[in-house]
Write a protein that binds this ligand. Structure first.
Ligand code: BEZ
Length: 322
């Protein structure tokens, strides 16, 4: 009799745990609007993951910073209040300068270069080390190359002096703009449209995709096609939540997300040029500039950041050996 009830309890426990493993809804936060590639491809990945796990892992997307800024999302990931996020490197670079090395100006000049940097050993080591922030690094991807949008006319680098330029809230971007004599104004992406429209900022460091899709060009006098920085995306899971997902399902999530990251990067090779061509149909002049146009500010940036973030030296060596 006793044995029978033990068996019953064990059977019940098995049933309950199988039931729990059956279907779970997870939340994935993003700062990008629904039209952005990260959000679009995030949905593609979520649909594929749901299908491949037969509904056991259903991921719901929350774009446009609906769950808060990236700083807030990182806190939620750490407590387990949020399950996944596709983030810029900003919050990680603010905790460890080494995560800022991908934002080195003209470290790479196109998406192919960005892809190499993000697939190399330095990037993979930084990804693996993310567990010290309470998250699990799933993989790297990228947005388009960084460009510069300005309300007034800019024909030489000196015209940027004193201008309030919106940046992502992170140290490497701030230092770049300080070296140029501008006044960097950190601001999350969802706040940018109004700030540009009402003149709270004079310009922004952004990409052609956002400039076109969000119609920032309505308020611009010059678009600088500078492509001066790559802009990584890192996909992370809450360390606490990740452990609760069955091993086989974790492997599926990882594999599908990583495949998606590869196609996002490849897409930007074409998208950066397509959006630039679109922008050329507006009344705003698009001016192409290169590293030399920025003058000595970039050398100064490297001088400082090779000390602040020693991993930069490894990454430079890795890229020049390729
Ligand atoms: C931005 O804040 O500029 C940004 C964030 C994510 C993707 C692309 C741009």
């Amino acid at each position: 009799m006793k044995l029978k009830s033990v068996g019953l309890v064990a059977g019940l426990a098995l049933l309950i745990s199988a039931g729990l493993a059956k279907a779970e809804q997870y939340r994935l936060g993003l700062i990008t609007p629904p039209s952005h590639q990260w959000s679009v491809q995030g949905q593609v990945a979520a649909d594929r993951i749901k299908e491949a796990t037969e509904g056991r892992v259903e991921i719901m997307l929350f774009p446009s910073g609906q769950l808060g800024s990236e700083a807030q999302m990182l806190q939620q990931l750490q407590t387990g209040a949020l399950d996944f996020a596709w983030l810029t490197v900003g919050e990680f670079a603010n905790r460890d300068a080494n995560y800022g090395v991908f934002l080195a100006p003209y470290l790479v000049t196109d998406i192919e270069g960005a892809k190499k940097a993000l697939q190399g050993p330095t990037a993979q080591k930084l990804l693996a080390d993310m567990n010290r922030f309470g998250v699990v690094g799933i993989g790297w991807s990228s947005a388009g190359m960084r460009t510069i949008d300005v309300r007034g006319t800019v024909s030489e680098v000196g015209d940027l002096k004193g201008k309030k330029i919106r940046t992502v809230p992170n140290a490497p971007e701030l230092d770049f703009w300080i070296a140029l004599g501008a006044a960097p104004t950190p601001m999350p992406l969802p706040a940018l449209y109004d700030a540009l429209a009402n003149g709270q900022v004079d310009g922004a460091q952004l990409d052609h995709e956002g400039t076109w899709n969000t119609k920032y060009y309505d308020h611009l006098g010059t678009i600088l096609d500078s492509r001066h920085m790559m802009f990584p995306m890192v996909a992370v899971a809450s360390g606490r939540k990740w452990q609760t997902i069955a091993e086989g399902d974790r492997a599926i999530v990882q594999e599908i997300m990583r495949e998606t990251f590869g196609s996002i990067i490849d897409t930007y090779g074409e998208l950066d040029n397509r959006y630039m061509a679109d922008l050329q149909t507006t009344d705003v002049p698009v001016v192409s500039v290169d590293r030399a146009w920025f003058g000595p500010a970039i050398d100064k940036w490297y001088e400082d950041w090779r000390v602040k973030a020693p991993v930069l030296v490894d990454l430079e060596a890795e890229l020049s050996a390729q």
